[in-house]
Design a protein around this ligand. Structure first.
Ligand code: SF4
Ligand code: SF4
Ligand code: SF4
Ligand code: FES
Length: 473
């Protein structure tokens, strides 16, 4: 597509026709704040945080939904734009159960004089998203110190019927969760009901998550900008058991938590190592720390054995180690159950290898893994995500330190032979619902990796012939 010439904040840019103002700005290092926008999905344009001034337009325009035009002149950070964004935040927060201190001193603050460092240590005013919340970060950035409108928020009960916890009193109705559940995962478990201030985002007919069609994939948790949907937390339990004398504890550390940990602790990318995390866990009393890479190898070895056996008499084989994908496949494709092969995740391998040898098992994993294994099926006692780990570290004074490292043990488990090559290598979940599933061959085998459940549905319904279909949950 041809390029068009535009000016953003005085910078002359040449960008592909059809891109939005937001994409053009981001591609050129110009930041425009967003709340409802999700990369790779169609914009909802509902939150008004991304408003910009476009010369010749009579009103502010949404940068996320406005396409560039030849000669367009855009201003992203004028006083009027900033005032508009601040008003948006004030309105959102006046209808919000503010339980945190970091939006400076908004409404519900229960301490008279606040020191942000102290707040991070305190257990009193606690929102799971405190310190990691997009709404809070914007409230700080736009200096929303005092709310000009009277605070009136709904007092819906907390839905903690599963490990995916919903707190509608912190929902800003951005609908990111609705889109990721419906458009990416094709589960369609979440929707809006009611109107105006009574508008509620959740499962249909006011059902709890346990009663709903939720498969526990945790993708809504990943995209929610506030504390309105979050994974059940276990950080306090981990500290409690790790500290306790006479209990033997073991932890699995997945190095994939490092980028998020560095981000929330505001550390340089690449500065934290698994050995430093192990050092921190040792400091709070964990007895043994294991490397998740070894557990992943064990998962691969199990998958290899099961796959080789199944391929003797069955094509295609539909392979996954995600509890959420298992629930999705069983619910949506029950007629294909003869094709399913489920193998244990790295956490499951760790759980079965160490169960009986330690009194409490912990797993430090990215958030998706936490949410995708329900309380009943979870193979370890406590799972924490990188944000919980960061808060454990802050509260116990055990932040990553190059001078405090510990060795990570390798699980004594079978190692794979590698005969299925990249089919069983680590593969990432992806938001991109339009991106093609990854097709390739391994010897004679025609294989495909589906990076989300929407892709899995598309492949399974397409009738395209494969020998192995691997599904990432
Ligand atoms: S969701 Fe964000 S703004 Fe709301 S209480 Fe929690 S941290 Fe504060
Ligand atoms: S956990 Fe997954 S299935 Fe359940 S509501 Fe969230 S996105 Fe939908
Ligand atoms: S639950 Fe979170 S992601 Fe969903 S609409 Fe509310 S704030 Fe947005
Ligand atoms: S990010 Fe554009 S309106 Fe929400």
């Amino acid at each position: 597509m041809a390029d068009v010439n535009i000016i953003i904040d005085g910078k002359t840019l040449s960008v592909p026709a059809g891109t939005t103002v937001l994409e053009a700005a981001r591609a050129n290092g110009i930041r425009i704040p967003t709340l409802c926008f999700l990369k790779e999905l169609d914009p909802r344009a509902s939150c008004r945080m991304c408003v910009v001034e476009i010369e010749g337009a009579r009103t502010f325009q949404h940068a996320c939904a406005t396409r560039v035009r030849e000669g367009m002149v855009v201003h992203t950070d004028t006083e009027a734009v900033r005032d508009s964004r601040k008003l948006t935040l004030e309105l959102l927060l006046s209808n919000h159960a503010v339980d945190c201190h970091h939006c400076l001193r908004i409404g519900s603050s229960r301490c008279d004089d606040l020191d942000p460092k102290f707040c991070e240590m305190c257990f009193f005013c606690d929102c799971v998203k405190d310190g990691f919340c997009e709404l809070q970060a914007l409230a700080r950035e736009y200096k929303v110190d005092v709310l000009p409108f009277s605070q009136k928020h709904n007092t819906y009960p907390l839905d903690d019927s599963t490990v995916i916890v919903r707190n509608p009193n912190k929902c800003i109705k951005c609908r990111r969760c609705v889109d990721v559940c419906g458009k990416v995962q094709t589960v369609h478990n979440l929707a809006a009901s009611g109107r105006g201030s009574e508008l509620l985002i959740g499962p249909a007919f006011g059902r709890s998550m346990a009663e709903s069609g939720c498969i526990g994939c945790g993708r809504c948790v990943e995209v929610c900008p506030t504390g309105a949907i979050h994974a059940m937390e276990h950080k306090d339990e981990l500290v409690y058991y790790a500290h306790r004398d006479g209990l033997k504890t073991a932890a699995l550390v997945d190095a994939d938590v490092i980028p998020e940990l560095e981000r929330v602790l505001k550390l340089q990318p690449g500065s934290v190592t698994p050995e430093q995390i192990a050092g921190s866990l040792k400091k709070i009393g964990t007895d043994e720390i294991y490397d998740a890479a070894g557990a992943e190898k064990a998962a691969e070895a199990e998958a290899e054995a099961l796959l080789a056996e199944k391929l003797e008499g069955q094509r295609p084989v539909i392979l996954t180690n995600s509890f959420a994908a298992k629930a999705f496949l069983e619910k949506n494709f029950p007629e294909r159950k003869e094709s399913f092969v489920f193998y244990g995740s790295a956490v499951a391998q760790f759980g079965s290898a160490l169960r009986g040898q330690a009194d409490r098992l912990f797993a430090v994993t990215p958030v998706g893994n936490d949410a995708s294994e329900t309380e009943k099926t979870h193979p370890v006692d406590i799972t924490v995500n990188p944000r919980e780990l960061a808060r454990i570290m802050i509260r116990t004074g055990s932040e990553p330190n190059p001078k405090r490292t510990a060795e990570l043990k390798v699980l004594p488990v079978p190692q794979p032979g590698g005969k299925f090559g990249r089919l069983l290598e680590k593969a990432a979940w992806s938001m991109a619902r339009d991106a093609a599933p990854e097709r390739f061959t391994v010897g004679e085998l025609k294989c495909v990796i589906c990076h989300n459940l929407g892709q899995a549905r598309e492949v399974l319904e397409s009738g395209e012939a494969f020998d192995v279909i691997r599904v990432i949950g």
